[in-house]
Design a binder for this molecule. Structure first.
Ligand code: ADP
Length: 601
């Protein structure tokens, strides 16, 4: 897919390096001027030294040309160094801008496209850097001198001018054609690489499941299909690339043959000296070098334009709010949802449909409902990860849209359904939400989250490395770390999505105590079907197809949901607590009042 043009974002990056580019141009000028020394040397040697046996002239010429070559080498080295500086600067600055952008984009935008798309964007930064600081940029600086060499050939050897008059336009046509064909071939290859890489990334992250279920036979056709498409497209691009490259080489050799033949006739007719012919041949080689490269590099320029456009398309997307207009005080933690509607895709059936509820500050509130009823989505809306399509989410009567992502992350602790940890130490992982946390705060959160006991049991304690995505820990240990991470820094609101799914009975009972404890001065909303945790809840909200079906004091509603009073031992075997549609529909309006009333009391 071709991205629409958007290259304006690059301007601020190019502005500071424009003066460096000018230096490169100046150096290229001298390098190309000095390069003239060799053809001049050859011309002089043939026409003066050889014919007049001028050994002393030869000595002078050799010393002179040696000095020139040394100087030219120094200039080339300096030019390379400058180009490296440009590369480094672009890498740092564009890479940082992309990182900031990707981390700042709304979650809905990030989820909208596959992981491979985002990975490929970081490769686009490489393309931009390589084009602006690699051979293509040097080629751009060298290209104007091809015209200079052409002029010199015409001056030194006028009879050869028409050969070049034919060959130069021919080169330009081949370069343009190569760019045209290669751009499309490269784009198709990139798309197929992205599809294959996406599958590989999914395969690697799910490697345990693949091994456990011996899924390789099921995955193979998909993999082979994508791999084959990628190979086919890469081979096509390679063959076209080779074709144009070979055409360029043949054209270069044909030029030498044509120039030598035409030159020989001119020498016979005494219109040209041998030295002039050889010098003209050398000059034309220097001229055709950049033209030949142009055939190769046109594709690079095309890829560069596409990479800039793709990055541009991402850079114009709106970000989550980064900075608040004024620093806000830590809220109390009351949450109000006013007719919140949200759909994952525009035009789709809303997943959260007109939810209106007031949750007072403090207390433990249960969120229940069937799978897919929108509980997780609602938790994400409550912490501003998604923006409602309509309606508002308020924290202490302030629309959370005005708060920055960082503020919301500080105020709302979140235990996701799948606890994602990152390689690093136990301490790092607990502190991820608040890197500035002190050791005391971390230990306190670990104790509250029920993680402290197992952490101090590890040989390295809080310094223990947990492996990629926390692979060295058990599911329950990961979950406890995620709970500790949510509690660090005493957030006024804590949202937990099935926090006991991986916990044993003892840990669950411990978590129940923790919920009661933290619910004293924090608002805790917990998605759970565990009767043990439900017993710790003050109020209960039941969702049904994205709408509130039931809401009110937990003590009153739990028996209705479970069909029994919550006796922990029996309840553990009871089915998940899901409100029946009939009960839900009938109870909805009245219960909603109850929740709101109870909340404000
Ligand atoms: P619950 O937590 O109650 O099981 P969810 O909030 O996870 O429900 O999902 C509600 C609905 O939204 C489901 O039908 C699910 O298919 C859909 N859904 C959830 N996450 C996404 C997503 N990232 N993109 C598109 N649809 C989603």
């Amino acid at each position: 897919m071709k991205a629409p043009k958007n290259r304006k974002w690059l301007k601020p990056f190019l502005k500071p390096i424009r003066s460096v580019f000018r230096e490169v141009m100046l150096m290229s000028f001298f390098i190309n001027m000095l390069a003239l020394a060799v053809p001049v040397f050859v011309l002089q040697v043939y026409d003066r030294v050889v014919f007049h046996a001028g050994i002393s002239t030869l000595q002078g010429l050799v010393i002179g040309v040696a000095l020139v070559l040394l100087f030219e080498w120094i200039l080339r080295q300096s030019r390379s160094r400058i180009m490296q500086t440009i590369a480094l600067r672009l890498d740092v600055e564009v890479g940082r801008k992309l990182f900031d952008k990707v981390t700042g984009l709304p979650l809905r935008e990030l989820e909208h496209r596959p992981a491979a798309f985002w990975q490929a964007l970081f490769r686009d930064v490489d393309v931009v850097r390589n084009t602006l600081s690699g051979p293509s940029a040097v080629l751009l600086a060298d290209l104007p001198f091809a015209i200079l060499f052409l002029g010199l050939v015409i001056i030194i050897a006028p009879p050869l001018a028409w050969v070049l008059a034919v060959i130069v336009p021919l080169f330009m046509v081949v370069a343009w054609m190569s760019g045209h064909v290669m751009t499309e071939a490269s784009r198709r290859e990139r798309d197929s690489s992205m599809a294959r890489d996406g599958l590989v990334a999914e395969m690697i992250s799910g490697r345990t499941t693949i091994k456990a279920l011996a899924m390789e036979d099921a995955l193979r056709p998909g993999w082979e299909d994508r791999h084959a498409t990628n190979i086919e497209r890469a081979a096509f691009r390679g063959s076209r690339n080779d074709g144009f490259s070979n055409l360029g080489t043949s054209l270069t050799m044909a030029t030498t043959v044509a120039m030598t033949s035409v030159g020989a006739v001119a020498i016979i007719h005494q219109e040209l000296t041998i030295g002039a012919l050889i010098a003209a041949n050398m000059l034309s080689a220097r001229m055709l070098g950049p033209l030949n490269q142009l055939v190769q590099q046109w594709r690079v320029f095309a890829s560069y334009r596409e990479a800039v456009d793709r990055l541009g398309q991402v850079f114009i997307l709106d970000e989550d709010r980064r900075d608040s207009v004024i620093a806000s005080e830590r809220p109390q933690g009351a949450l109000t949802l006013e007719d919140v509607v949200f759909a994952y895709r525009d035009g789709d059936e809303p997943v959260v449909n007109g939810v209106r509820i007031k949750i007072p500050a403090g207390g433990v509130h249960a969120l229940v409902g069937r799978n897919g009823s929108g509980k997780t989505t609602l938790l994400k809306l409550m912490q501003g990860l998604y923006r409602p399509a309509s309606g508002r989410v308020l924290m202490d009567d302030a629309d959370i849209g005005q708060f920055s992502r960082r503020e919301l992350a500080h105020w709302v602790g979140y235990v996701p359904q799948e606890c994602v940890l990152f390689s690093g130490s136990v301490r790092d992982n607990i502190a991820h939400r608040r890197p500035e946390s002190t050791d005391e705060e971390i230990v306190k959160a670990a104790k509250e989250g029920g993680a402290h006991a197992f952490i101090v049991d590890l040989p390295d304690g809080y310094g223990a490395e947990i492996g990629e995505a926390g692979r060295r820990l058990s599911g329950g240990q990961r979950q406890r770390l995620a709970i500790a991470r949510a509690l660090v820094g005493d957030p006024p609101v804590v949202l937990m999505d099935e926090p006991s799914s991986n916990l044993d009975r003892q840990a669950e009972a411990e978590l129940r105590r923790v919920l009661t404890e933290i619910g004293r001065n924090r608002t805790v909303i917990v998605v759970t079907h565990s009767p043990i945790l439900l017993a710790a809840c003050d109020t209960l909200i039941a969702l049904e197809k994205g709408r509130i079906a039931l809401a009110g004091p937990a003590k009153k509603l739990i028996p209705r949901i479970l069909g029994t009073a919550p006796k922990p031992v029996q309840a553990a075997a009871a089915p998940a607590a899901v409100p029946g549609p009939a009960a839900a529909a009938g109870a909805a309006p009245e219960r909603r009042e109850e929740a709101a009333g109870g909340g404000s009391a």
